[in-house]
Design a protein around this ligand. Structure first.
Ligand code: NI
Length: 176
């Protein structure tokens, strides 16, 4: 297992549309375990391969309180969307930003599991929101895309400023 680097908005690589996985093999299973490790370490409740610069349709989730319910979806397809749910969302690729986003409250999704078998599941509430958020990543879409252009520009500037401050801080540290 290896912890991977998470790309941050507005990195253009977050805009690449991921391609479907052709065969669920050990390489994909190893990607899933790296994604889970990276997600837990962050910490976060969902991570798409796109966010670690791997442009294949793979995502992981764990919305449990005690981090004991990892879920991997390969080639996920949302088959139906029902109802409306407004949730305050955040994203590991847009650190420190939380905004209210409207999504479907109930979805059905089809995906391959780690053995390459097709499965269908229903999801409600937070899990449904999380799956929609991660599927968006695979299509190169971020939750800030649902906000106004003005708000998105403000977020971009705020993140650029905080990254500049991080660099300034690291320059002050002794170089040994
Ligand atoms: Ni995200």
């Amino acid at each position: 297992m290896a912890k991977l680097t998470i790309l941050e908005f507005p990195d253009p690589r977050l805009r690449i549309k991921a391609v479907p996985v052709e065969v669920v093999d050990d390489k994909i299973r190893s990607l899933v375990s790296d994604l889970l490790e990276t997600m837990y370490e962050a910490p976060g409740i969902g991570l798409a391969a796109t966010q670690v610069d791997v442009h294949q349709r793979v995502l992981v989730l764990d919305i449990s309180e005690d981090k004991t319910a990892p879920l991997a979806l390969i080639n996920p397809e949302i088959l139906s969307l029902d109802g409306i749910e407004v949730t305050e969302e955040g994203c590991l690729s847009v650190p420190g930003v939380y905004e209210k986003i409207e999504r479907a409250e109930h979805i059905t999704v089809r995906a391959l599991d780690l053995d390459g078998k097709s499965m269908e599941m229903e999801a409600h509430g937070l899990l449904a929101v999380c799956i929609q958020h991660e599927c968006d990543h695979l299509d190169g879409k971020l939750f800030v895309d649902y906000l106004s252009e003005l708000k998105r520009q403000r977020i971009r500037k705020r993140l650029e400023k905080s990254r500049r401050l991080d660099v300034a801080e690291s320059l002050k540290a002794p170089a040994i």
